[in-house]
Design a protein around this ligand. Sequence first.
Ligand code: FES
Ligand code: FES
Length: 152
Amino acid sequence: MPVVFELNGEERSTARPPLTPLVDVLRDEFFLTGAKPVCREGICGACTVMLDGQPVMSCLVPVQAVEGRAVETAESLAAGGEPSPLQQIMLDHDVVQCGMCFPGMMVTLTDFLANCPGPSREEIKQALTGNICRCTGYERLIDAALALAHRD
Ligand code: FES
Ligand code: FES
């Protein structure tokens, strides 16, 4: 039986084996390569996507678990091809290094800032504890997120 679900606002289906990790279906079948299968152990956060409005590690989600549910990937953040305010401020602050962690970071931070207006530096750091950046570019990233969160 195919798994039918909503992907970035559109109904999609996949016939991949039910235990296939969602990150692989997103990348291999739908060519949404923002989510990265880096550790495949739920540690790094590079594969973060939204599932029914909650951030999840898509390497740990078997595709059968998304039947009838809504998945949003980092690609959905740039509506109409325009960067979101968070993406734009990251560009303005020249934050991105290799970019491997970045789509997951943006999914996590977008969700966090929507639910925690005006956060402190410490709260942003806490929000990112599940997203590892191997380039260790945390400070500029947090500076940029703070600037957006406290922009008038
Ligand atoms: S690849 Fe999923 S948490 Fe690292
Ligand atoms: S920018 Fe390279 S891993 Fe984060």
